[in-house]
Design a protein around this ligand. Structure first.
Ligand code: NAP
Length: 453
C-alpha cells in the first residue's frame, strides 16, 4: 500500500480551501490548512461586504472542505512567526501557499499618510470586524469623504459609508461598527476614478446597487459621460459596460431627491495630492484625457475636492513570506502554473495559489480554476518529492503547543461560530462577529478542553 503524503496549505481563504478540496480528492493525501487567524474563510469572512449575503454564502461550500476526514484546520497559526517555511518541510511533503494579498497598493502621492487618509482595505477590515483592526480606527465624523479608485472595493466602501445601521442590522457586522455608522456625519461621498465610464472596473450589479440606497442620491455629471468612438464601440459590444453606462446616464438625468447623503461619481480625475496640515482637508485632482491606449494623461487642469476622510481604493497587494521568493514589482510569488520559481528555477515541493499567485483580480469562483491548476502540479510531483521526515500528524501540533501557540481546531472554530450566533441572537440579530482574538480563543478553548476529556 502506498504511504500517505502530507500537504500543508497556508491560508484558509477561498483559494486555499479550493486547493485543499482538490488535494483531498487524490489518493492517500492528507491536508492540513494552516491559517493565521482563528477563523477560516479569509476574504469571504473579512472582505466580502457584510450586506452581500449571497456571496457570503460561499462559506457553506468552503465549510464542506474543512469537514472532509482527510483535511485538518489549524487556525491561529502564523507561518513566518510561529514556525518557518523551512520547518514545514519536516512535517509535509509539499506546501501550497494561498495566503492572498493582505495589504493595499499605495498611491504614492503627497499627504497619503495624513490623519484621515486610510486604505479602503483598512476600512473593510474595520467594518468586517477583522481581529487585527483597531475597534476605534474609524469615527466617521467627517462630512465629506473621497473614495479614490473605480473598482468593486471602492463601490463597497462607498455603499457602506452611505448606508444607515438599520439597513445593515441583518448582517453579521459587529455592534461597535453599527454604533459608529449610527453617529456618522457623512453627507457627501465622492467616488473618483482617473479614467472614463467605460474604463471603470466595477461590475453592474455592484454599481447599480448604489441606486437602491434609501439614504443617498447618486449624482453624475453629464460632462463625465461623453463618449468617443472607442467608448461607443465598447458599450455596444460589452453588455456589462453598457449596463454600467446606462445606470450612470440615468443617474445623470435624475433630479436629486434631497436624501441625507449624496454619492458623486466623478471620472477623468487623477489624485495628485492629499491636502492638509496634519489632518486631511481635501484631495487635489488633475483632470485627465485618455490616449489611444485608454491610459489617463494629465491635462494640467487641477481641482480640489474638500474632504476630511479619504479612502484609497487602488487595489490589494501581496505580502512576502520569509524564505519564499517574491516579485516586489507585482506583489506576487513568482511561479509557473503554480510551481514556485526561485530565480527562474522550480523550488521543489513549494506551490502557490490564488491572489498571491496571480495578483488581486477576479471573483471568488476564479480561485477554483486557479487552485485546480496548482494542485495538478502538486499531484504530478508528489511521487518524486522527498517524503517528510516527521509525517506523524501530532508532530506539528506538538511543536506549536511547545511554542505556546493556541491552535484552533475545527471543533474550536465551531465553538466560535456557535458563539457568534448566540451573541447575535441575544441582541435580536442572526449573528454578530466577535472581534477580539482573545475572545475567539477563549471560545475555542472550550473545544480543546472537551477534546482533552
Ligand atoms: P481593481 O478592480 O483592480 O480596481 C482598482 C481601481 O484603482 C481601478 O479603478 C484603477 O484605475 C484604480 N487605480 C489604480 N491605481 C491608481 C492610481 N495610482 N490613481 C488612481 N486610481 C488608481 O481593485 P479592487 O476594487 O481592489 O478589487 C480587487 C478584486 O476584487 C477585483 O477583481 C474585484 O472585482 C474583486 N471584488 C469583487 C467584489 C464583488 O464581486 N462584489 C467586491 C470587491 C472586490 P485604472 O483602471 O485606471 O488602473
Amino acid at each position: 500500500m502506498s504511504r500517505i503524503r502530507r500537504v500543508a496549505v497556508i491560508g484558509a481563504g477561498p483559494s486555499g480551501l479550493y486547493a485543499a478540496d482538490e488535494l483531498a480528492q487524490a489518493d492517500n493525501v492528507c491536508v492540513d490548512v494552516l491559517e493565521r487567524l482563528p477563523s477560516p474563510y479569509g476574504l469571504v469572512r473579512y472582505g466580502v461586504a457584510p450586506d452581500h449575503l449571497k456571496t457570503k454564502s460561499a462559506v457553506n461550500v468552503l465549510k464542506r472542505v474543512l469537514e472532509r476526514p482527510n483535511v485538518r484546520f489549524l487556525g491561529n497559526v502564523h507561518v513566518g512567526r510561529d514556525l518557518t517555511i523551512d520547518e514545514l518541510d519536516r512535517f509535509y511533503d509539499a506546501v501550497v501557499l494561498a495566503n492572498g494579498a493582505s495589504t493595499d497598493r499605495r498611491l504614492e502621492v503627497c499627504g497619503e499618510d495624513l490623519h484621515g487618509s486610510f486604505s479602503a482595505t483598512d476600512f473593510v477590515s474595520w467594518y468586517s470586524g477583522h481581529p487585527e483592526s483597531d475597534i476605534g480606527r474609524f469615527a466617521l465624523n467627517a462630512t465629506s469623504a473621497v473614495v479614490i479608485g473605480h473598482g468593486n472595493v471602492a463601490v463597497d466602501v462607498t455603499r457602506i459609508l452611505a448606508m444607515s445601521p438599520d439597513e445593515l442590522r441583518h448582517t453579521d457586522m459587529p455592534n461597535h461598527v453599527l454604533d459608529v455608522l449610527d453617529r456618522s456625519s457623512i453627507e457627501d461621498i465622492h467616488l473618483v476614478g482617473r479614467r472614463g465610464p467605460v474604463h471603470a472596473r466595477f461590475t453592474p450589479k455592484e454599481l447599480t446597487e448604489l441606486g437602491d440606497l434609501a439614504n443617498a442620491d447618486v449624482i453624475v455629471h453629464g460632462e463625465d459621460l461623453k463618449l468617443d468612438k472607442a467608448g461607443e464601440d465598447a458599450i455596444s459590444s460589452n453588455r456589462n459596460l453598457r449596463r454600467n453606462y446606462e445606470f450612470l446616464h440615468a443617474c445623470g438625468a435624475r433630479v436629486p431627491q434631497g436624501r441625507p447623503r449624496r454619492i458623486h461619481i466623478r471620472f477623468y480625475r487623477s489624485p495628485t495630492e492629499i491636502v492638509g496640515a496634519s489632518v486631511v482637508e481635501g484631495v487635489k485632482f488633475e483632470r485627465t484625457e485618455l490616449n489611444d491606449a485608454g491610459m489617463a494623461l494629465a491635462s494640467g487642469e487641477t481641482e480640489l475636492v474638500s474632504a476630511q476622510l479619504v479612502l484609497r481604493s487602488v487595489g490589494y497587494r501581496g505580502v512576502p513570506i520569509s524564505g519564499i521568493p517574491f516579485d516586489q514589482a507585482r506583489g506576487v510569488i513568482p511561479n509557473t502554473a503554480g510551481r514556485i520559481l526561485n530565480r527562474g528555477v522550480v523550488l521543489d515541493g513549494k506551490y502557490v495559489a490564488g491572489w498571491i499567485k496571480r495578483g488581486p483580480s477576479g471573483v471568488i469562483g476564479t480561485n477554483k480554476a486557479d487552485a485546480v491548476e496548482t494542485v495538478e502540479k502538486v499531484i504530478e510531483d508528489l511521487p518524486t518529492l522527498s517524503p517528510a521526515p516527521d509525517p506523524n500528524p501530532d508532530g506539528i501540533t506538538g511543536t506549536l503547543q511547545g511554542r505556546g501557540v493556541s491552535v484552533v481546531t475545527w471543533s474550536g472554530w465551531q465553538q466560535i461560530d456557535a458563539g457568534e450566533i448566540a451573541l447575535g441572537e441575544s441582541m435580536g440579530r442572526s449573528r454578530t462577529k466577535i472581534h477580539h482574538t482573545a475572545d475567539m480563543l477563549e471560545l475555542s478553548g472550550r473545544a480543546v478542553a472537551e477534546e482533552g476529556k
